[in-house]
Design a protein around this ligand. Structure first.
Ligand SMILES: Cc1cc2nc3c(=O)[nH]c(=O)nc-3n(C[C@H](O)[C@H](O)[C@H](O)COP(=O)(O)OP(=O)(O)OC[C@H]3O[C@@H](n4cnc5c(N)ncnc54)[C@H](O)[C@@H]3O)c2cc1C
Length: 389
């Protein structure tokens, strides 16, 4: 290990590994520091992603695909189920393998990894980030870098240490909880989304199959709801009602920042990516694909900055992110705010409208034309988020 690298990445999630890979591919030196013992574990994720979201980064592989998704089922509060064929394929991942494979691809490009390296501070000189402080095997260490990329996830502190405003309103922080369960009956090609006051107010409840008889069952509710009734309590009720005999294999809880991207995701010597930059799709809560995109753009831009010898070039990353996804996320955030106010009757009406179209004739076009008789234009945007991307 060297004393100084061109780029140090904090966090080896999808965003961090893609930042590392795309920077290393340009021939600059990259070190990734990960606090956990294993890359990819523990997993805090529903593990759903579109094929398109994966394919830009890694060739789809059965090793980490647990289910191939071709249908979307919306379950309204009155129990009406509306099923639609997806225009493209989706996957339910095994993220502990997926994240590991992403890290392997970054290491193959030349990035060095150290796990069990807990970053606990920054080296700041002349108002500029010049490296990180970390603990490794009980010892305090430092490593210098021309650029630090913070990919330290939803609980990120690196951006704050660098002086960036990382605050997020508690209402935009979705409180999520999920159980991976076995012994459940469901179609392994369908993702199920439940809506309504009693299942997941200001959010949604998901059941994502992970192969025969196994599923990720979870929900997210706005922080404003979570303060009054915990996400876990909604999950318990759902499990009692739907899967009373299922075995719970794992349980997780975590926050998902469902807000537009932070105003500033670069500073002097620092770049933020993934959840740390709030690059999650604020409507769906999906952050794997968008985090990888953020990581890629940051890695490319950081590599260019080093090669040009012009560290100010890193600010170009903000524009690239906003052009690619940031502005789109602002729209999604407005839609989310509209949907948060939907009453149960509205979800019921949407499902009833869906079901007026015979299954074999269902396409996104005619489905939504019919649904729109009852619903405002929001619905098309909702469809784009859940079904197209
Ligand atoms: C319950 C739940 C369900 C979800 N379901 C989905 C889904 O179905 N689909 C989807 O697309 N997204 C989903 N998400 C969101 C998704 O998991 C995240 O958006 C995604 O993991 C973000 O990637 P990242 O690389 O930014 O951060 P992370 O994957 O969180 O990685 C951050 C890494 O940084 C490390 N780290 C943190 N602090 C330090 C430190 N000080 N020093 C060193 N290392 C550090 C962490 O250990 C971690 O490995 C879900 C989230 C939750 C909580």
């Amino acid at each position: 290990m060297k004393q100084e690298y061109d780029i140090v990445v904090v966090g080896a999630g999808p965003a961090g590994s893609m930042a590392a890979r795309f920077a290393a591919e340009q021939g600059v030196s990259v070190l990734v520091l990960e606090k956990d013992r294993d890359v990819g574990y523990p997993v805090r994720c529903g593990e759903a992603i579109s094929k398109e979201g994966v394919a830009e980064f890694i060739t789809p592989d059965e090793k980490w695909i647990t289910a191939r998704i071709s249908k979307f089922a919306m379950i309204a509060p009155d129990g009406t189920e509306a099923v639609i064929e997806l225009p493209g394929e989706g996957y339910i991942l095994e993220r502990r393998i997926f994240d590991y494979e992403l890290a392997k691809s970054a290491a193959a490009a030349g990035a060095e990894y150290i796990t069990r390296a807990y970053v606990n501070g920054l080296i700041i000189e002349d108002d500029t980030v010049k490296g990180v402080k970390y603990q490794f095997r009980g010892a305090d260490k430092e490593v210098r870098a021309k650029i630090v990329i913070a990919a330290d996830g939803v609980e990120s502190r690196v951006g704050r240490w660098a002086g960036l405003k990382t605050h997020i309103d508690f209402r935009d922080m979705e409180c999520c909880t999920q159980a991976t369960v076995s012994g459940v009956k469901l179609n392994t090609d369908t993702c199920y989304f439940y809506f309504g006051e009693n299942v997941a107010p200001s959010g949604y409840f998901w059941v994502f199959p992970k192969g025969e008889g196994i599923a990720n069952v979870g929900l997210g509710v706005s922080g404003a709801i979570g303060k009054k009734r915990s996400a876990q309590s909604f999950l318990n009720t759902f499990m009692e009602q739907h899967y009373p005999n299922a075995s719970v294999l794992t349980c997780i809880a975590g926050g998902v920042p469902c807000s537009p991207t932070l105003d500033k995701i670069t500073g002097k010597g620092i770049m933020l990516v993934g959840d740390a930059a709030r690059q999650v799709n604020p409507l769906s809560g999906g952050g794997i694909a968008s985090g990888m995109i953020g990581g890629k753009l940051a890695g490319i831009t950081a590599g260019e900055a080093i090669k040009k010898g012009n560290l100010n070039h890193i600010h170009e990353y903000e524009k690239r992110w906003h052009d690619r996804l940031g502005r789109r996320h602002e729209t999604f955030n407005r839609i989310k705010e509209g949907i948060y106010n939907f009453k149960d009757e509205k979800f019921n009406a949407i499902a009833h409208s869906f079901n007026k179209v015979p299954y074999e004739k269902r396409s996104l076009g005619n489905l939504f034309t019919t649904a729109l008789i009852n619903q405002p234009s929001l619905l098309i945007d909702v469809a784009k988020v859940f079904l197209v991307k």
